[in-house]
Design a protein around this ligand. Structure first.
Ligand code: FRU
Length: 523
């Protein structure tokens, strides 16, 4: 039983064994969500990359399938995407629909191992290739024309994400190229034409650019409903261009997501840009540096392709780790977990449009018998034990404005108070944070034990609403309607199951609180 492993998550996706990094090739096809992932099936550290594979009907229960793609004469299988080729634009499926994976074939690095700049012909090559499946992803064939896209002058050229651009009736590939992303277009997924590039002077350049994604997201109001202004003809063209969509003009924006490898003080992190896209070029409208998640462990996240229009959600999943210490986390025979799947939207805030994230609704199916509390006063410098807790649950609370300098949850607490993880809000700094300095095991990396925060404005009524999803080795926090997200790994003792409210520098008041244990439904 894999759950005997003390850190193995109860409801987060993990590989059946061995190493996992980036999520790859997420696509919905004929009733199934596919999730592929960077996988070393023979080692618990990064190594020759394969694509591991799992499917789910609900994004909650995953069935592991055999490795889908393995290294061949063109190299290792790095990150990439998959699409449903519903109209057989590739001609690979005899007129039927099929699945096409577009990924990076990466040559092994030169054996010489010198520090000198390798000769051109010795340099590792990253080229884009295609694999396809005519049997709902169960078996995969390499396209015989691989690679389908090469740029010999680029050393870093990887992680193609392909989308269908409906207004132009063509495919678009966004791909990382060292310090920028490039856009290519194709009628058939096999022949690609350079269209444009973006980013040499925009955004963070403290690490190599990786794993881009390009999505159009609707602006939602406070209740999570799309804002539709189709009826209102007078206001229909108010600058915020409505793209695509049949019938109703939905307010929204294009968003370019780009992950940054280990170069920032924080290690690996994911940035995003708001902007416009015309089918060939992206133009950024973001003035500031924007980050998808201010925790340390949400990297290389990209979204599902081909979610049916009647669903309409854009769903992202990230790799819950950081290159700073990914290879040394204390998990044993398996290493690497995904975040929970998250719905992405945009919200209009006092700072402008911002990306919002919320856990997919399907996770509610895991909820066991809940607890509800109201009107709790938490005295300063105290822990108010809730009398329930555990190692896998969801907790949500509304904190009222009060004199407390800091307040929040103290979770995964040991009986002797030595271990706990704080999910808190510091009033003066207006900062939401996770403090994992005393969370548990941390000796494997000096970068691990720390506090990570993000600025968060109170709700219009002055309250702070915190939602946390806790599992055996992680905590994910959402606040401000999903504008603020923090994802951190933690490695507490299995027996650290206490859960409390805490306050510092004054009394905190909780208006209401809900708690649900989240049960294991993995196969
Ligand atoms: C991101 C990344 C990708 C690459 C893959 C290799 O974490 O470095 O750029 O394709 O991992 O496993």
């Amino acid at each position: 039983d894999s759950l005997n492993d003390k850190y193995r998550p109860h409801y987060h996706f993990t590989p059946p064994s061995r190493w996992m990094n980036d999520p790859n090739g997420m696509v919905f096809f004929q009733g199934e969500y596919h999730l592929f992932y960077q996988h070393h099936p023979y080692g618990s550290e990064w190594g020759p990359m394969h694509w591991g594979h799992a499917v789910s009907r609900d994004l909650v229960v995953w069935e592991h399938l055999p490795v889908a793609l393995e290294p061949d004469g063109n190299g290792m299988i790095f990150s990439g995407s998959a699409v449903a080729d519903s109209r057989d634009t590739s001609g690979l499926f005899g007129g039927d629909p099929g699945l096409v994976a577009i990924f990076t074939h990466a040559d092994t690095y030169p054996a010489s191992g010198t520090d000198a700049e390798p000769e051109a012909e010795e340099r590792p090559r990253q080229r884009q290739s295609v694999g396809f499946s005519a049997d709902r992803g169960r078996t995969w064939t390499m396209y015989e024309g691989n690679p389908v896209l090469a740029e010999p002058e680029l050393t870093d050229f990887r992680d193609p994400k392909v989308i269908w651009y409906e207004p132009g009736g063509h495919w678009v590939m966004v791909i990382a190229a060292g310090d920028h992303v490039r856009f290519y277009t194709s009628p058939n997924l096999l022949a690609w034409t350079f269209a444009s590039e973006f980013g040499r002077t925009e955004g963070s350049h403290e690490g190599v650019w990786e794993c881009p994604d390009l999505v159009w997201l609707p602006v939602v109001d406070e209740d999570g409903e799309d804002i539709e202004d189709a009826e209102d003809v007078e206001n229909a063209d108010d600058g915020e261009r409505a793209e695509e969509g049949e019938g109703a003009e939905r307010e929204g924006s294009w968003v370019l997501i780009v992950s940054i490898g280990d170069g920032l003080p924080e290690g690996s992190k994911t940035q995003y840009f708001l902007g416009s896209f015309d089918g060939t070029a992206f133009v950024s409208s973001s003035a500031e540096q924007l980050w998808l998640d201010e925790g340390r462990d949400n990297y290389a996240g990209v979204t599902w392709s081909d979610i049916p229009q009647e669903d309409g959600r854009t769903i992202l999943i990230g790799w819950m780790s950081n290159w700073r210490y990914a290879n040394v986390t204390p998990t044993g025979a398996w290493r690497g977990a995904m975040t929970i799947p998250r719905v992405l939207t945009l919200r209009s805030t006092a700072d402008g449009l911002r990306l919002c994230q919320r856990p997919v609704e399907e996770l509610k199916a895991l909820r066991g018998t809940g607890e509800r509390r109201q009107e709790i006063a938490v005295p300063g410098e105290s822990r108010h034990e809730l009398g329930f807790g555990g190692c896998a649950y969801e907790i949500e609370a509304v904190f009222e404005p009060s004199g407390a300098a800091e307040f929040g949850f103290a979770l995964r607490r040991s009986a002797d108070d030595a271990q706990e993880t704080l999910v808190g809000y510091a009033t003066a700094e207006a900062e939401l944070f996770i403090d994992r300095t005393r969370a548990g095991e941390s000796g494997f990396s000096e970068a691990f034990a720390a506090r990570h925060g993000v600025r968060l404005r109170p709700e219009p009524d002055g309250t702070i609403r915190l939602r946390a999803l806790v599992d055996r080795c992680s905590v994910e926090v959402f606040a401000g309607g999903g504008v603020a997200a923090l994802t951190d790994l933690i490695y507490p003792d299995p027996g650290s199951v206490g859960l409390a409210l805490y306050a510092k520098g004054g009394e905190a008041r909780v208006r209401e609180l809900s708690f649900w244990p989240l049960e294991t439904r993995q196969t």
